[in-house]
Design a protein around this ligand. Structure first.
Ligand code: ADE
Length: 204
């Protein structure tokens, strides 16, 4: 899989996508994650990516043209999906992470400022996704959250020791010491009785 993240703050995103499990997944060629500076696709002297809203109002709106040019330059094939990050989008879920992991390519368009020209959602993006019912200062964190949740579903990204834990069917975990400041690990987990342990975990 290849993931492209188009943003005016690539330097915010790269340390995350190059670290830990995402970094390891890239080194082992399970995924390639590229960030792109949106300003690359501007042609004016100030590399302007935003403008005043039609109809008036406070704040600035991100222009469609740089996003359009960025997407053209990526030369996307069939099995690709373009996602606009937005507080107005559908809320991203575990099921979306699994679904998006099946594409060959994902592109995240990160919104910023007070909004993005609606024609980006209408004509350039395949879907508009939010990571929750709150407003962030930009879509970069949302793109990182979704990238992380998607990449762990790519076969071979998680090692044997890192379980592909599902939202439901997860259970509390403990490790040594079995007693810490009087706080005890549930005794069933120390019993060695695997059947009982399984039952206890199912009940959690
Ligand atoms: N941009 C601003 N807020 C957002 C959110 N909650 N999810 C995705 N993108 C956003």
């Amino acid at each position: 899989m290849r993931i492209d993240i188009i943003t005016i703050f690539p330097e915010m995103v790269e340390p995350y996508t190059n670290g830990s499990i995402l970094g390891r997944a890239q080194k082992s060629k399970k995924v390639t994650i590229k960030t792109h500076q949106l300003r690359k696709w501007t042609s004016d002297k100030h590399n302007t990516v935003d403008d005043k809203p039609f109809g008036g109002g406070p704040g600035m709106v991100m222009k469609i043209e740089p996003f359009d040019k960025a997407l053209k330059s990526l030369k996307l094939g069939k099995k690709s999906r373009v996602i606009l990050t937005s507080a107005r989008g559908k809320e991203f879920t575990h099921a979306d992470a699994k679904r998006l992991a099946k594409y060959d390519r994902l592109v995240f368009l990160c919104g910023r400022y007070e909004g993005v020209d609606e024609r980006v959602a209408e004509h350039l993006a395949d879907e508009e996704l939010s990571i929750g019912p709150y407003v962030l200062t930009g879509g970069e964190l949302a793109a990182m959250v979704m990238t992380d949740a998607v990449v762990r579903h790519i076969p071979g990204v998680l090692g044997k020791s890192e379980s592909l834990e599902e939202v439901h069917g997860s259970f509390p975990q403990y490790t040594r010491p079995d007693v810490y400041k009087k706080w005890k690990v549930p005794s069933v987990l120390l019993s060695g009785d695997h059947k009982k342990i399984e039952e206890w975990r199912k009940g959690k």
